[in-house]
Design a protein around this ligand. Structure first.
Ligand code: LMR
Length: 331
């Protein structure tokens, strides 16, 4: 538009000058920090994002990936993002409930039948709403990335919910997860991801819950003799940036970045299941932990023990949000 208002000679000069300017400008740097290993759904997603940005926006945008909490850990990464000391994260939704009460939805046990149901929900308008629910707090949601369904690990065999009584479970910082274990007459102790193995090893906690990819990459099976395949919840993430930083990226570049993110998110969400399946096989082949497979009735017992938690959080999460989530199950 501006071009039409300027004298022609100036236009010519500008159009010549722009590429030179663009080339001499330092690229925008996106530091992408996360707490997991590279060979996990999130680790692979971060690397694919870097690779596609390097291919398509070379010289304009540079991505630095910092894995394994090497730059920031659970305790400080969100604050660092809000202060633009890091520009991209993909925290699990359990770590975002403190910023957006509605996001606690994703921690409700036995809410989604499986990952497919969760993916269906993530495509709904309600989920788009959730991506924008922290914008004012300088946390800008870009996409949902999935890991896998969570399993229970423990120092004793957990077949029925009563078996968990009295155990302390490592949890992510989430009140819903705290309530979930209280519902079993157990307790939840918030421990950062990178300190989880040590906490299990020292006996500070005697159990945990996580997706197979994290169980394998953190070698939780070396310190937990039993794994119950409960699939009682999902571990999923929100790819987030700093609102002000994201909006400061020139429009055209931002559109290209958002297209890359869409592509990467589709790949992450497609491959997560395969990576978790491989991780499960790896843990079983190592033979350090005994797998406890639940019958339908046993799993139903876990569901009835944990499900009362929904009522406690219905008002905070929003009854409409809860209803919308439940419609994606095929039960
Ligand atoms: C956890 O703390 O267990 C997970 O959120 C780690 C992760 O990012 O997968």
């Amino acid at each position: 538009m501006l071009k039409f208002l300027l004298p022609l000679t100036l236009c010519a000069a500008l159009s010549l000058a722009q590429p030179v300017l663009a080339q001499s400008q330092a690229p925008i740097v996106i530091n992408f920090s996360h707490v997991v290993a590279q060979d996990t759904p999130k680790g692979q997603g971060a690397l694919l994002f870097k690779q596609l940005v390097e291919q398509r926006l070379a010289g304009q945008v540079k991505v630095e990936v910092h894995a394994n909490a090497s730059l920031f850990g659970d305790a400080d990464e969100l604050q660092a993002l809000r202060e633009n000391r890091v520009q991209m994260l993909a925290p699990s939704l359990s770590k975002l409930g403190a910023y957006s009460k509605s996001l606690q939805l994703f921690d409700l046990p036995f809410l989604f039948d499986d990952l497919e149901a969760l993916k269906r929900f993530q495509k709904r308008d309600k989920s788009r709403e959730l991506l924008r629910s922290m914008t004012e707090q300088n946390i800008y949601g870009l996409a949902f990335w999935n890991n896998g369904m969570k399993q229970l690990t423990a120092n004793r065999a957990l077949r029925l919910p009563t078996d968990a009584k009295g155990l302390a479970f490592r949890i992510q910082p989430s009140q819903v997860l705290q309530s979930q274990f209280q519902a079993l007459a157990a307790s939840g102790v918030s421990v950062s991801f990178s300190e989880t193995v040590a906490a299990l090893h020292s006996g500070k906690v005697q159990g945990s819950e996580n997706a197979w990819s994290n169980i394998a990459s953190q070698q939780l099976d070396a310190v937990q003799p039993f794994i119950t395949e409960s699939n009682h919840g999902a571990l999923n993430y929100m790819l987030v940036s700093n609102t002000r930083f994201w909006n400061s990226i020139p429009y055209k570049t931002r559109v290209e970045l958002e297209a890359i993110i869409e592509e990467v998110s589709a790949t992450v969400n497609q491959q997560a299941e395969t990576l978790n399946h491989k991780a499960r096989e790896q843990v079983l082949a190592a033979g350090k932990s005994t797998l406890v497979s639940l019958t339908e009735q046993e799993r139903a017992a876990w569901r009835s023990a944990m499900q009362p938690v929904w009522k406690t959080y219905e008002a905070e999460v929003g009854a409409d949000m809860l209803r919308a989530a439940l419609t994606v199950n095929r039960r």
